[in-house]
Write a protein that binds this ligand. Structure first.
Ligand SMILES: Cc1cc2nc3c(=O)[nH]c(=O)nc-3n(C[C@H](O)[C@H](O)[C@H](O)COP(=O)(O)O)c2cc1C
Length: 301
């Protein structure tokens, strides 16, 4: 039985990774699970210089998930390369570095800096709703998305995954735009912009006022967007949004994802990803499916 998938020329041992920003750089989770069980680890977003993130409070619970407005807090590329890459390299898994920036130059600087580092893939976040300049300007306009893809591809030595925002009316159009710009893969969805009001304090629950909604509540939206994207592009899709079980992951694969990322679910069960890997394997066995790749996009018109 085969669980291996090939994403833009990089072979993962199975189709499961973690969603950026919900897993730190892996160290926090290593005491609860074996990082070597994952197809890949996707790191928290990293920028050219350290970012402090948004003022607190910056997370809140909502029905079926959570909201966050962390604002891409991170220690910057120098500390990341020195500390996080060697840590992750100890494990038998692929490393996907999530990159954020405020301008084309910022993104390109990080991508260039990573060119000589021992990492397997880059995920370019053009979809964070919580930082005014933090990429969303690129993620909501197809021409800008194509342009930033083309720019980072000039410097990238690793395959480039463009991470798309669900806060658009035409997700397929955005996917086509980054494919035209040379993207090697797409990942989706990032969080959906929401707002929560604290009725006792009679003010916004998050200091940023709005935040990104994630978790099981967004899963059907993510499945629909992955499906629409799969009909529109040829490059592989990494599907995410509310995956909390093997069943959710399989649903996303049937909709057209070649691999899946697990985000918010890590917060209530830090070992959930290994259970998802085991559950997918069980599903293949029980249904006499020889190869996980037979399921990719198997549900269509
Ligand atoms: C606390 C938190 C932090 C996040 N940070 C990032 C980030 O740094 N970069 C990024 O591309 N996405 C970030 N995301 C979005 C997730 O990677 C993912 O796209 C989204 O949460 C949907 O998946 P989920 O429902 O499984 O969480 C973050 C999400 C959460 C909840």
């Amino acid at each position: 039985m085969n669980m291996k998938v090939n994403i833009a020329g990089v072979e993962w041992k199975n189709p499961v990774t973690v969603a950026s920003g919900t897993f730190g750089s892996g160290a926090e989770f290593a005491e609860f699970m074996d990082l070597g069980r994952l197809g890949a680890v996707t790191t928290k977003g990293v920028s050219n210089v350290p970012w402090q993130g948004n003022p607190t409070p910056r997370v809140a619970e909502v029905y079926g998930g959570m909201m966050n407005a962390i604002g891409l807090q991170n220690p910057g590329i120098d500390l990341f390369c020195e500390r996080d890459i060697p840590f992750l390299r100890q494990f038998d898994t692929k490393i996907i570095v999530n990159v954020c920036g405020k301008s084309e130059e910022d993104y390109c600087e990080v991508v260039q800096r990573l060119a000589n580092e021992d990492v397997d893939m880059l995920e370019i976040n053009i979809s964070c709703p919580n930082v005014k300049e933090g990429g969303i300007a690129f993620g909501q306009d197809p021409r800008a998305a194509e342009g930033i893809t083309r720019a980072v591809k000039k410097y990238a030595k690793q395959p480039v995954i463009m991470k798309l925002s669900p806060n658009v009316t035409d997700i397929a159009g955005m996917a086509k735009a980054v494919e035209a710009g040379g993207a090697d893969a797409v990942s989706l969805i990032n969080t959906l912009t929401g707002m929560k009001i604290d009725i006792h304090r009679r003010t916004f629950a998050l200091a940023n006022r709005t935040g990104g909604v994630s978790g099981p509540a967004v899963h059907p939206i993510a499945v629909r967007m992955v499906y629409e994207t799969a009909q529109a592009v040829k490059i592989p899709i990494i599907g995410m949004g509310g995956i909390a079980s093997a069943e959710d992951a399989i649903e996303m694969i049937l909709a057209g994802a070649s691999a899946v990322s697990v985000g918010t679910a890590n917060f209530h069960d830090p070992a959930v990803t290994t259970k998802i890997v085991d559950g997918i394997e069980r599903y293949l066995e029980e249904n006499h499916i020889e190869d996980i790749r037979e399921l990719v996009g198997a549900v269509r018109d």
